[in-house]
Design a protein around this ligand. Structure first.
Ligand code: PMP
Length: 287
């Protein structure tokens, strides 16, 4: 059966769901998006995702045609229409149609669409044995340029770093920020464990404030683990006892090699394992 796409209030077969070539989302990456997960029929952390979506919209001065409540209902409607119980949701808003100039003034038909897909995670053996990553030479967008806090449709910065990862034969790359500190990966946040302390770059380091990152910080604090949000350098990554990435799609995935150097014992560590278990419990409880 063909997927049904929610587009501006209508459910359409995927082949009929179209965006104009004059939409500035297409012409200039002028738009925003969210990626959400559905577990056991319920969308995980929907409020946090919708808050971030609305914040992204405000940050790029995109007036949303729908309220958060309407978007939430539309997501449920899309998942139900596609008979999805364990899905991935892509929510997108574009500036809309305009002439070819970059000016957003006078744009019409700002589009909101929702795609529901089945989930594709990293291969199971990476969750068991850990993932190898590299540090990219592509620097993360500076927070005083297009803030990485905005989940904008322009992911070129991350895509260029992703190319570096793929060239190196690994699935992810860490980007440093404009100051040379660790920011985040192309689609995941990064954590390390060193002498029992969980550390991750702060939101001011030039990162997307990941929803999964927030859940992991909460779970770690709840479990009594010492946690710091602080500047990290490549040195900190190389001498870490453990490292893992977080993201809506990836959940929590252990990293066991960075730039061909083994991290810790070269195997996923105990704190990572403890947090993965706690995360799975959280997902089962909250769905
Ligand atoms: N950083 C970037 C650049 C991302 O695109 C994402 C989302 N895939 C993340 C971090 C992780 O955020 P979340 O946990 O909200 O999915």
């Amino acid at each position: 059966m063909e997927r049904l796409i929610w587009l501006n209030g209508q459910l359409l077969p995927a082949s009929a769901a179209k965006v104009s070539v004059y939409d500035h989302g297409v012409l200039y990456g002028d738009g925003i998006f969210e990626g959400l997960r559905q577990y056991h029929g319920r969308v995980f952390k929907i409020e946090a995702h919708l808050r971030r979506f609305c914040d992204s919209a405000r940050a790029i001065r995109l007036p949303l045609v729908y309220t958060a409540a309407e978007i939430s209902a539309a997501i449920d409607q899309t998942l139900a229409a596609n008979q999805m119980n364990e899905g991935y949701v892509r929510l997108v808003a574009t500036r809309g149609r305009n002439d070819l100039g970059i000016s957003p003034a006078g744009a019409t038909e700002s589009g909101v669409f929702i795609i529901a897909e089945t989930m594709r995670m990293y291969p199971a053996e990476m969750y068991r044995d850990g993932m190898a990553i590299i540090t990219a030479s592509t620097v993360r967008t500076a927070p005083n340029a297009v803030s990485p806090r905005i989940k904008s449709l322009n992911y070129l910065n991350n895509i260029l770093a992703k190319f570096e990862a793929l060239d190196a034969g690994v699935p992810e790359a860490v980007m440093l920020n404009h100051l040379g500190n660790v920011a985040e990966c192309t689609a995941d946040n990064i954590f390390i464990v060193r002498r029992g302390v969980l550390a991750t770059p702060g939101e001011d380091a030039g990162i997307l404030a990941g929803i999964t990152r927030g859940v992991v910080l909460e779970l770690a604090r709840g479990a009594g683990l010492p946690v710091v949000e602080t500047n990290l350098t490549r040195f900190d990554l190389y001498v870490a006892d453990e490292c893992f990435l977080t993201g809506t799609g990836a959940e929590i995935i252990p990293v066991t090699s960075i730039d061909q150097r083994a991290i810790g014992t070269g195997k996923p560590g105990p704190v990572t394992g403890q947090l993965i278990e706690a995360f799975h419990r959280e997902v089962r409880q909250q769905g």
